[in-house]
Each structure stands twice: as C-alpha cells, then as structure tokens.
Design a protein around this ligand. Structure first.
Ligand code: SF4
Ligand code: SF4
Length: 349
C-alpha cells in the first residue's frame, strides 16, 4: 500500500474541493435515484456525474457497477453517411470516479479485455480510460453477498485519493501528488483508512487448473437444476463488475440506410441469440448450458487465457440482481464440491 497523508474536511470544505476539481475533472460517484429501481417503490443507486459531496451514496452498494462510466450500457461510437464518418465526442475533461476496492480492481479485468486481449487496444475504451483516476471509498459495512476478501479484491493500489465518510465530515487520504496542493492549507490528521479484512460470507473459490477437469465439470449433473431456475434474463451479467461482452448495431435515421450511427450495447452470454452464428445455429440452447458457460468462463476460461486469476471481484451484484434468487457463491460452492467428487472418482449416471 502506498504511503499517504490524511486530512479531515467538513462537508462545505469537501464541496469547495469538488468545485476546485471541477475545473479539470468530471467527478462520478454512486447516486441514489428515488423510486428508480426494479419495483415501483425501490430506489436504484447508479453512477452519475456529481457536484456535491452530499450526492454520494456511501452506505449502500450501487445497483450497477463502476464499469458503466467507462463502458455505458449503450454508447454511440461514430456517425456515418454514405462516404464519411464522424467519431462521437470523447470526454473533454479528466475523470475522477468514486469506487470501492472491488469496483476499482474490476477495472483491471476490463483493461485486460479492452486493452490487452490479442494485442489490440479498443480505441473507444482507451480514449476514456486514459483520463480516469480513482477515489477509493471506505467500506466499513458489509453488504449482503459480498466476498471481496475471498478473491483478494479487498485491497487496491490504483487509487489517487481515498475517502471515508464520517457523519458530517470526510477523511481524505491523498496518494497522488497531483492532488497535494489542494490540501496544503489543512493540517494532516492521524487516521488511516483500512480495507475490509473479513467478509461475513466466505467463499471457497474453486480452482480448475486443467482443461481435462474443466471438460469433466461440463458433464457434471450440478448444472441441470438451472434449466428450471434460470430464466436467461442477463441481469447477472449486466450488473457484473467484470463482464465485458457487447454487441454493435447500426441505427439508421431515415429511409437511406447509409446515414446513421453505430452503437455499442452491453450484451450477455445468458440471453438467447448471444451465441448465434452466421448459419443460424446456436450452441448453448438451454439456460443450464448458458449458465455453465458463464460460470466456467469466470472460474476457468479467463484465467486459462490470461493467467491473472478469476474473472470476479466478489462484489455480489450478480446474486443481488438475480430475479430467481440464484446465488453465485452457492454455485461456486457446488462447483468446489463437484471438483472434489471428480478428483475422488465419484461417478454420476
Ligand atoms: S461474478 Fe458476481 S460477484 Fe463476481 S464480479 Fe461479477 S457480479 Fe461481482
Ligand atoms: S442467473 Fe439469474 S440473473 Fe442470471 S440470467 Fe439466470 S435468472 Fe437472470
């Protein structure tokens, strides 16, 4: 962990700090949208640009993850006519994003896919990613279903600042010298923002270290129950901090199909049509097959390709968003049990 000075600022001072920052930065943070949730009276907590400290929701997990600032659910990449195209506007200012350790660590996985996959950098991701710095949010409360400690995502060193809300004031820990001048007028205080060291939920994250084991797991009966339980809605992947799949669509404005815009829209391996190939065939028709693919990709496929660990930061959003109450940690525990059975030579009909 980098060394950092800590300062204590009241709300007005934080708002003054934000005002100074706004000359150079757009600031994004989780914001509560009253009655904006799944059911009529549910709120949602989503990432939005903010101007004041009071707008930030510190005490509940955001409904959707930090990745939405970098890769919105839908975004226009460029506009086209018959013979030319114009790139969509890139962000004018630099960007500061509030996030918890798991959320910030999830961006390493987004970077891996968008910047280091097959030695090709995604232009539209890179143009925003190069402008982003992170403000680590303290995480003193446990949210239901979080297991960041089980996947080592509870600590990060990617932050420029860290902020701990203290009921009417904020502790701000300054890691990045670019921000030191803002705090020159304050005296440092003796307070260190600590990462969470233990979750209520402990997950024994399965290790699949070879293709033979992965192939045997595909045949295990543990997946069958998901044909009855999973409805293939894709909520778990849209809300996942680490899922990256998208599709591109050309939207035409008029009867002239040569004038329009190309959009990139979040997609999901859990929905029908995702794996449809040019001949019209789909290879994972049942929801159990789709779910199996998703889980084995997160536990095995991603790490087999990049050797950087699991494709999961333990944020718990997939389970929180599933309308069928399917728990990702429970699935991981079943997978660990299936691995034990296979290694122990247990046969299933
Ligand atoms: S799989 Fe679930 S717990 Fe893991 S990063 Fe995605 S949403 Fe979070
Ligand atoms: S696991 Fe849940 S959230 Fe994911 S596709 Fe199935 S029903 Fe939807």
């Amino acid at each position: 962990m980098k060394h950092a000075q800590t300062y204590q600022l009241n709300v007005d001072e934080m708002n003054g700090f934000f005002e100074q920052l706004s000359e150079k930065y757009d600031i994004y943070a989780p914001v509560r949208i009253s009655c904006g949730g799944r059911y009529a009276k549910d709120d949602s907590i989503i990432y939005q640009p903010i101007n004041t400290y009071q707008e930030i929701e510190f005490h509940e997990r955001s409904t959707y993850p930090l990745k939405e600032v970098l890769t919105p659910i839908t975004q226009t990449l460029f506009y086209f006519t018959e013979d030319e195209f114009k790139e969509s506007k890139s962000p004018q200012k630099d960007i500061l994003i509030f996030g918890r350790a798991c959320d910030i660590n999830s961006i390493k996985i987004q970077d891996q896919i968008y910047l280091k996959n097959g030695n090709i950098e995604d232009y539209f991701y890179k143009r925003i990613r190069d402008k982003v710095k992170f403000i680590l949010m303290d995480c003193p409360e446990q949210f239901e279903g979080c297991f960041c400690c089980s996947v080592g995502a509870n600590k990060t060193d990617m932050q420029s600042l860290a902020v701990s809300d203290n009921n009417g004031s904020a502790y701000v820990q300054v890691y990045d010298s670019d921000f030191a001048n803002y705090f020159a007028k304050y005296a440092a205080v003796n307070h260190e923002i600590q990462p969470p060291l233990k979750n209520e939920l402990k997950v024994d994250y399965p290790v699949i270290d070879n293709l033979e084991l992965a192939n045997k797991l595909k045949e295990h009966p543990m997946w069958k129950e998901f044909d009855a339980r999973c409805i293939g809605c894709g909520s778990c992947t849209v809300s996942c901090s680490t899922c990256t799949c998208f599709e591109t669509t050309d939207i035409v404005y008029t009867q002239n199909a040569h004038i329009g815009e190309r959009r990139r829209t979040c997609s999901s391996c859990m929905i029908d049509g995702f794996d449809k190939v040019a001949s019209g065939q789909s290879f994972r028709k049942k929801t159990s097959e789709k779910y199996r693919y998703k889980i084995l990709h997160k536990v095995y496929g991603y790490n087999a390709r990049f050797h950087t660990g699991p494709m999961c930061v333990g944020c718990g959003r997939c389970s929180a968003r599933c309308p069928e109450l399917i728990s990702y940690p429970a699935t991981l525990n079943k997978l660990s049990q299936a691995i034990k059975e296979i290694k122990g030579g247990v046969q299933h009909d």
